[in-house]
Ligand binder design. Structure first.
Ligand code: GUN
Length: 292
């Protein structure tokens, strides 16, 4: 069993990006600038956004964090989005989700200029991804593809089972893995809560990608010997023995699954850091495209 070390791979990517930023600086170019809008004070979202800001600092990007109260109106949030759309110094921005229930997430996503949509959530960018056109691929699927590529995991002709059909992970993952590309060229099955024989389908996977947000859902008996397992889940479980008061758990029961695997991502330190590195890659790409 080999660990797919997302933490180390993300550090490598960040070093590559930092070198690009040095080159931009040396030639008097524009420093990439990422902005993030954070609504409310959900603990997990706060941690994620703070990490994204810290990542920017690490690679030499400019960053702006816009914090809005949980009761901000949809119109006020849309006004902030508009402001970032027209701010020439901002190369890309994200609106951290989930948003409070009174805000229509789709309306907000639709308001983001696709050229600055470094999350790749807008219909334009999702559509471009489906058609195989140049675009911003959302950070988690992009990070997983990058991890598979850098560890040279063979995907061509393999059976890839994606568990979960979210817009952010499961659905784009199923499209990317079926595409005529490397990684890709897999035969893909997407399973979800209405799939009757889920364990059986999972057992037939050469590559199992799990993104449902249910701690330890995938157990050893659901995994084929020699499979590659990508665990996207990251749930905070209360743990009074830790200073933070919680521990992070994936969707895969690592103890029973890992002995059967050729490759597996740990949680934490697998997909999470790759997601963050992908956002930086997309921001650098946005900066490049805006300078052309
Ligand atoms: N919430 C969880 N993951 C993400 C992400 O990749 N982008 C944004 N904007 N919000 C998230």
């Amino acid at each position: 069993m080999q660990l797919l070390d997302g933490k180390q791979t993300a550090e490598t990517i960040k070093t590559e990006i930092a070198q690009q930023v040095e080159l931009i600086k040396a030639t008097g170019g524009k420093i990439p600038h990422l902005a993030a809008i954070l609504v409310g004070n959900d603990g997990a979202s706060e941690t994620y956004v703070n990490s994204k800001v810290a990542d920017c600092k690490q690679v030499g990007f400019d960053s702006t964090l816009i914090r809005l109260p949980a009761d901000v109106s949809e119109d006020e949030l849309l006004a902030q989005v508009d402001k970032l759309n027209s701010d020439d110094d901002i190369d890309g921005f994200i609106v951290q989700v989930p948003l409070p229930a009174h805000i229509d997430e789709t309306r907000v996503t639709l308001a983001i200029d696709p050229a600055k949509d470094v999350d790749g959530f807008s219909p334009t960018n999702v559509g471009r991804m489906c058609l195989g056109l140049p675009t911003f691929i959302s950070a988690t699927p992009n990070g997983i593809m990058e991890l598979l590529a850098r560890y040279q995991v063979k995907t061509s002709g393999k059976h890839c089972v994606v568990v979960g059909r979210s817009n952010i992970v499961g659905t784009p993952m199923s499209i990317l893995m079926s595409r005529n590309s490397n990684p890709g060229n897999a035969t893909v099955t997407l399973v979800h809560s209405r799939t009757p024989n889920m364990a059986e389908v999972c057992r037939s996977a050469d590559i199992l990608i799990v993104a449902i947000g249910k701690p330890d859902f995938i157990t050893g008996d659901m995994v084929k010997e020699g499979a590659t397992v990508i665990d996207v889940g990251i749930t905070r479980l209360p743990d009074s023995s830790r200073a933070s008061g919680f521990r992070l758990t994936g969707d895969v029961d690592f103890t029973s699954v890992s002995p059967k695997c050729a490759f597996i991502t740990p949680v934490p330190g697998g997909v999470g850091p790759m997601t963050r590195a992908s956002l930086l890659q997309n921001t650098l790409k946005a900066q490049n495209l805006r300078q052309q």
